[in-house]
Design a protein around this ligand. Sequence first.
Ligand SMILES: [Zn+2]
Length: 287
Amino acid sequence: MSIKQRIKLGVYTAAKLTGMFKLSRFLMRRRLMILCYHGFQYSDEANFRPIMFMDKQRFAQRLDLISRGKYPVLPLSEGVLRLKKGTLPANTVVITIDDGFYSTLDLAAPLLQEYGFPATLYVTSYYATKGTPVFPLLIQYLFWKTECTNLDLSDHPWFPAKTVDLCNHHATRQAIQQIMDYGMAHCDEPGRQKICAEVAATLNLDFETIKTGRGLSLLTPGELDQLEAFGIDLQLHTHRHSFPANDPEQAHREIQDNRNVLEKIPGHRLEHFCYPSGIWTPGLFRY
Ligand SMILES: [Zn+2]
């Protein structure tokens, strides 16, 4: 255990011993607690992006804590409605998951079903329809995972820097950005995956294993359809995980494209929307 983890544990233990958790639960009892998760870990995704991915065991511990603490877990719509009506049970919890990573169906859904907890999945649909790993995330993952100290892309005309010293943090970040920008501006999805395969080969990584592992892929519409059986509701989260503040027309299109994909999956009333990355400002186009 690291020093940081020890300090954290010490603070939590002190808070428990002094009754701070009970006091906090009492003070928060009238509020609706909305828990937000993203993806779940197959191999090393939580080390790569600890804020985005969670180990399955840790998720199970969280659910167990909610269960043992007898926190009522309600579907999102019911929680919001009862909050408005003033009939919310004390310490109600709503569970939400963002984006729609494949691991939501494979790892999280069976656990939620085991505990009988409903949840809402905010689906971003572009990569759901493509069935490929999320391009910007995959590029960043490849650079994080490699043990190479040098990137040589001199054979690839689309990469202007040719070689990059991967021990140089700034140069590495710049290279990642250049590749992502090029892929987004000039390629279709097969073209982007081709770039990923080439970068992976240069970085001495097994692209096929990473790709078929699906840790960085989203659920396809057919797989999203299976979530209803687990008590997971689908809601809007934009098509390309983008909601431009200065372009209401494009922002509106993002929701409409998202809706067009999700409406084909029966069993879900699309009435909730989660801003991408939860970023919202008062001046933003209101959904
Ligand atoms: Zn998101």
